[in-house]
Design a protein around this ligand. Structure first.
Ligand SMILES: C[S@@+](CC[C@H](N)C(=O)[O-])C[C@H]1O[C@@H](n2cnc3c(N)ncnc32)[C@H](O)[C@@H]1O
Length: 444
């Protein structure tokens, strides 16, 4: 227990046993758990106990007693300070195993044990410089503009000159964005710095840049943003107001569109709404799509549902094979998907805007589908998974960006009579502790 654990400010010798869900090394000190960042399992360190953290303690390395000789040099000069990456120091085999292990640990917590019944396969890892969607944080103070990512702790902004996980076309926009931010009236700093965000998505038609600003941009700002779009040859620049709740941002309004920011999903080309959801890397999207298509191809003939379908990453390739009903709560995403489907021949797709947390498709409504794919946000799809568990759908495919909510939803499905066939870990957020997955289930 923490109460009888180590004293704050003390140096202790620790052996790192494993890596935790937030990326830190985990060591035991008596009954206490100690979290030590930037360590590798098996390393022995002298560490300073700095603070309590949950039921355990946070410590920092003072000295390596036994350091892993296979540690690679970090790819980024900001590694250690930047909150974006926690694992650039892991030797390749450790890195390859760790995300799969996090997924397995989450499954174990729900008493779902890979083994004879199903396998958790090797992680499909996206390469460096592959992220095609990044949201940078910015601050303009009287001292100047900082643009980059949040540091490991706190809400400050770490000014980044480069970002090795981002596609070169995104990293190259850091400096131009900083320059235009310094000129915007909407970012005039008062006594406090003006906080903003810049979200960049690389579409097939060029970069789509959405600014989140504390004030409505006036005509002069709109002209500055339009000039910036022309100078950088961007597809579109939009702006949106800063929302009180960052998880519920308001709609973005285009300032200038020079080309439609389109993206191809299977046979169709979708014009993305500003700051639309897009799988973070092409490689990750391909790994998810391949696993979903293979799972649904093995289902009996008949229609499929794609729940939390977004702009159609999965629904459109599926709709080239069989009739698909795509559902999402986001009006702009559903409108973009619907428009793409209407423009495309030889696909069978219907769409529906619906809040699947408040009003999941019921077991009765699911009765007409032989397969259902669901790809919810981080919180998972508890209400929808309950209905799927009561349904007769032959094949269910869960796509998830959060192992804990995925395992909880899978537990509901297994209790409802589904058997897990395979789980594929997907790594789109290189060097971060995030892991995504596709799980295929068949009704027993
Ligand atoms: C992880 S994205 C997946 C989108 C799509 N499957 C893809 O691969 O591009 C999650 C989607 O869930 C949608 N969503 C979030 N909450 C929702 C809700 N309560 N009801 C319906 N859709 C929701 C979002 O609009 C988003 O499109």
């Amino acid at each position: 227990m923490a109460a009888s654990g180590p004293r704050l400010g003390r140096s202790v010798e620790l052996t790192i046993d494993s890596l935790g869900a937030r990326g830190d090394g985990i060591a035991r000190l008596g009954a206490a758990t100690v979290f030590v960042p930037f360590t590798v399992p098996g390393e022995r360190v002298r560490a300073l106990i700095e603070a309590k953290r949950g039921d355990g303690y946070a410590a920092v390395v003072e000295e390596w007693i036994a350091r892993d000789a296979a540690r690679p040099a970090p790819a980024c000069p900001a590694f250690g300070a930047c909150g974006g990456c926690a694992w650039q120091h892991l030797p390749a085999p450790v890195y390859a195993a760790v995300k799969r292990d996090l997924l397995i640990a989450a499954l174990h917590r729900q008493k779902l044990r890979p083994g004879d019944a199903f396998a958790v396969e090797a992680t499909r890892i996206s390469p460096a410089a592959a992220r095609r969607r990044v949201r940078f944080a910015g601050l303009r103070s009287r001292a100047g503009v900082r643009l980059g990512l949040h540091p490991r702790a706190g809400h400050d902004v770490l000014d980044l000159a480069q970002c090795p996980v981002a596609a070169p076309g995104i990293a190259a926009l850091l400096d131009p964005c900083r320059r235009v931010a310094a000129t915007l009236d909407a970012l005039q700093p008062g006594r406090k710095p003006a906080a903003f965000q810049v979200a960049v998505t690389l579409a097939d038609g060029g970069a789509d840049v959405t600014w989140t600003l504390p004030q409505t941009p006036g005509l002069a700002d709109r002209e500055r943003l339009a000039r910036f779009a022309a100078e950088q040859d961007l597809a579109r620049v939009s702006w949106r107001a800063r929302a009180a709740d960052e998880d519920r941002p308001g709609a973005a309004e285009p300032v200038t569109q020079r080309r439609p920011p389109v993206i191809a999903f299977g046979p169709a080309s979708v014009e993305l709404p500003p700051d639309a959801f897009l799988q973070a890397t092409r490689e990750g999207e391909a790994a998810i799509r391949d696993a979903v298509l293979a799972a649904v191809a093995a289902a009996p003939r008949g229609p499929a549902a794609d729940l939390f379908a977004g702009c159609g990453t999965l629904a459109l390739p599926l709709a080239a094979e069989r009739a698909v009903h795509a559902v999402d709560g986001d009006a702009a995403a559903i409108a973009a998907l619907d428009a793409a489907a209407r423009r495309t021949q030889r696909i069978r797709l219907t769409t529906e805007r619906r809040d699947l947390a408040l009003r999941p498709l019921t077991a009765g409504e699911l009765g007409r589908f032989v397969a259902a794919v669901f790809d919810p946000p981080r919180a998972g799809a508890m209400a929808q998974a309950r209905e799927l568990a009561r349904s007769k759908v032959a094949t269910v495919v869960a796509v998830s960006c959060d192992p804990a909510s995925l395992a909880r939803d899978l537990r509901l499905l297994v209790d409802g009579g589904y058997a897990i066939e395979r789980v594929v870990p997907i790594d789109q957020f290189l060097w971060s502790p995030r892991v995504e997955a596709v799980a295929v289930l068949r009704r027993r």
